[in-house]
Design a protein around this ligand. Structure first.
Ligand code: FAD
Ligand code: NAI
Length: 464
């Protein structure tokens, strides 16, 4: 039986980053991955293909607005197969890049599905055969998969999960998206930009639950302006039909009424659930919570010594960068260092146009906790760079303790996902709005809206 200091199960952003860092720290490491390529959900069917299609579709949509710049574009066409080909090449290059990084760092890539028959042993099953690996420590990084909607079967042809919605061969006539969360909005906007009518049906009376409510409203307004239709406060209770002709039954939440909606494709995007089946958690006695997430302590240890877990399969935000931070902190702790993740400053970004970016507490959470706070807001309409770019929708909002210490920041606007980085750094260093406001920001730049929002929290915005 081949022996390793660490065997990682799962080669996604959590697992592959942990494996590389552990190898850097001098451990002998194997990473077991079943899907045939490294990079996990993120590189294969998540972050990267979705961002590739968001970029391509944004370029196509932008053509419609070039007339305002005095540019005429006649005869623009859409070659969806070429767009998908570009996306697939990006995915292929990135996943091969991880294999290269494994070789460079001496991580052994073991292809197959892993399970843990007993502490210290990983069984790898592949093509009917199996092998055992001896492991000083085991790290479970098996990620997540789309949560199913009861009574609805995802066939990836007509009723799609995000994976199917990233690989359609034709632009749907009417795509109904179930769930106004991150996936629903990002992929809804891709297909809307490419010409589909897109209706987003959401159970709650708002979009993007978990984000600051005021900023989510701005996002809803901007996305509606760009063509998405929203039906909020509706629960999908059934889907009938098939082959490009589907009828959804919707129940109005809190009312006794039902409605129907016709579609040729449906995207189910109602959240994701941890992947742990087949690992042998029950036999090992590894504790999971009521939603199936593996329970861990502050050092990522499961209830069984020598077995650790990180990323989407443990409680917390289901984000690639959070999984990476988990992985690094976990193996650094194993190596005797002080691995640490500040979960209060993990940013989240929705890559729609406009982008929706957030870090820290929302205003709703502060109110609910009875925390005293001050807030500042600055609309991009008053930012000169946003005006010259014609990207004036949205605002920057900051929330701070009465002494000015930043507690949360929320942005709806162009490049919000990049702008939030300044506020993440400020928060992680315990900075106050005064310090951000007194930092010289280049002019004209979108970042001036961040400075002005901080000035506004102090009651002295200049351009508002
Ligand atoms: P995963 O990436 O899910 O990787 C787990 C890996 O383990 C998988 O490859 C799986 O095949 C493998 N595995 C599972 N069980 C076994 C087993 N028993 N043996 C061997 N291998 C196994 N996050 C962001 O931060 N930014 C984004 O822009 C973003 N966009 C997204 C877009 C979409 C459409 C989706 C679906 C997700 C997106 N995410 C994004 C979320 C992100 O993909 C996940 O948070 C991230 O991939 C989690 O990393 P992980 O390593 O925990 O798990
Ligand atoms: P989500 O949790 O973001 O949103 C799901 C939405 O579906 C919620 O608004 C919820 O109220 C709604 N919903 C649930 N049941 C419903 C029902 N029966 N009918 C109608 N609406 C219903 O989940 P989503 O969008 O599937 O994404 C999963 C995770 O993937 C995200 O939480 C995020 O962590 C990750 N992700 C991150 C991205 C990014 O960082 N840019 C991009 C895509 C995914």
């Amino acid at each position: 039986m081949k022996r390793f200091d660490l065997v990682v199960i799962g080669g996604g952003p959590g697992g592959y980053v942990a494996a590389i860092r552990a190898a850097q720290l001098g451990m002998s490491v194997a990473c077991v991955e079943g899907r045939g390529s490294l990079g996990g959900t993120c590189l294969n069917v998540g972050c990267m293909p979705s961002k590739a299609l968001l970029t391509s579709s944004a370029k196509y949509a932008e053509l419609k607005h070039l007339a305002a710049h005095g540019i005429g574009v006649d005869g623009a066409t859409l070659d969806l197969a070429a767009m998908m080909g570009r996306k697939d090449k990006i995915v292929g290059d990135l996943t091969k890049g991880i294999a290269f990084l494994f070789k460079k760092n001496g991580v052994e890539h073991v292809e197959g599905w892993g399970s843990v028959p007993e502490p210290g042993v990983v069984r790898v099953s592949r093509d009917g055969g199996e092998m055992l690996l001896a492991a000083g420590n085991i790290l479970i990084a098996t990620g997540s998969e789309p949560a199913p909607l009861p009574g609805v079967e995802i066939d990836e042809v007509n009723i799609l999960s995000s994976t199917g919605a990233l690989a359609l061969a034709d632009v749907p006539r009417h795509l109904v998206v179930i769930g106004a969360g991150v996936i629903g909005l990002e992929l809804g906007q891709v297909w809307s930009r490419l010409g589909a009518k897109v209706t987003v049906v959401e159970f709650l009376d708002r979009i993007l639950p978990g984000n600051d409510g005021e900023i989510a409203k701005l996002a809803q307004r901007a996305l509606t302006k760009r063509g998405l239709k929203f039906q909020l406060g509706r629960k999908v209770t059934g889907i009938e039909g098939g082959a490009d002709s589907l009828t959804l039954t919707l129940e109005r939440v809190g009312k006794e009424t039902t409605e129907t909606l016709e579609a040729d494709k449906v995207l189910v995007a109602i959240g994701r659930r941890p992947v742990t089946r087949g690992l042998g958690l029950d036999t090992l006695g590894i504790a999971t919570d009521d939603r199936g997430f593996i329970e861990i302590d502050g050092s990522f240890s499961t209830s069984v010594p020598g077995i650790y877990a990180i990323g989407d399969c443990v409680p917390g935000p289901m984000l690639a960068h959070k999984a990476e931070e988990d992985g690094i902190a976990c193996v650094e702790t194993l190596a005797g260092q002080n691995g640490h993740v500040d979960y209060n400053t993990v940013p989240g970004v929705v890559y729609t146009d406009p982008e929706v970016a957030s870090v820290g507490a929302t205003e709703e959470a502060l109110k609910e906790a009875g925390t005293d706070y001050i807030s500042g807001k600055f609309n991009f309409m008053a930012n000169s760079r946003a005006r010259s770019a014609g990207e004036t929708d949205g605002a920057v909002k900051v929330l701070a303790a009465p002494d000015g210490t930043l507690l949360g920041a929320h942005i709806c606007g162009a490049h919000g996902g990049d702008l939030i980085a300044e506020l993440v750094l400020a928060m992680s260093k315990g900075a106050r709005v005064e310090e951000v406001a007194r930092t010289c920001h280049a002019h004209p730049a979108l970042g001036e809206a961040v400075k002005e929002a901080c000035l506004d929290a102090l009651g002295r915005a200049i351009h508002a």
